[in-house]
Ligand binder design. Structure first.
Ligand code: FES
Ligand code: FES
Length: 156
């Protein structure tokens, strides 16, 4: 089947999509957007988090057909050209990236959190990121990155 969707602000159309394919597979393998990671493919780790019509979802749990006619934003779409989004930049500066597999999902989840709550408390950050698993870090640097991003976004 053919899937037509707006991805990172651009119209995309792909053919020969099998109805059982996930949105994650279509993004990575058919649209050339490998930022969203495939770590568990079971909705457990959050590495594949993207926005679907403005709601953060696990792309591995979304059937490709469900994206028909809708707007998807991936971690690639948060940057402005070569300029990283402040959330992305803060993950770099806080050394919150080790293998990086969890990072795209954490960046999107943090972006979503800070859009809803500009000054989250530590418990609110932990709750918002509870669905995003990292196998490398002790989460402290990730929390540092989120706090740094909140401060930076609050500074005009
Ligand atoms: S790859 Fe989608 S939740 Fe883990
Ligand atoms: S940095 Fe490796 S899974 Fe998080």
């Amino acid at each position: 089947m053919r899937i037509t969707a707006t991805v990172n602000g651009e119209p995309h159309e792909v053919d020969d999509v099998w109805p059982g394919e996930s949105l994650l597979y279509v993004l990575r393998e058919r649209m050339g957007l490998p930022g969203s990671k495939n770590a568990c493919e079971q909705g457990e780790c959050g590495s594949c988090t993207v926005y679907l019509d403005g709601t953060a979802v696990c792309a591995c749990l979304v059937a490709a057909g469900q994206a028909e006619g809708r707007a998807v934003v991936t971690v690639e779409g948060l940057a402005a050209g070569d300029e990283l989004h402040p959330v992305q930049q803060c993950f770099v500066e806080a050394d919150a990236v080790q293998c990086g597999f969890c990072t795209p999902g954490l960046v999107v989840a943090t972006h979503d959190l800070l859009a809803r709550n500009a000054a989250p408390s530590d418990p609110e950050i932990r709750e918002a990121l509870a669905g995003n698993l990292c196998r490398c870090t002790g989460y402290e640097k990730i929390l540092d990155a989120v706090r740094m991003a909140a401060d930076r976004l609050a500074t005009p």
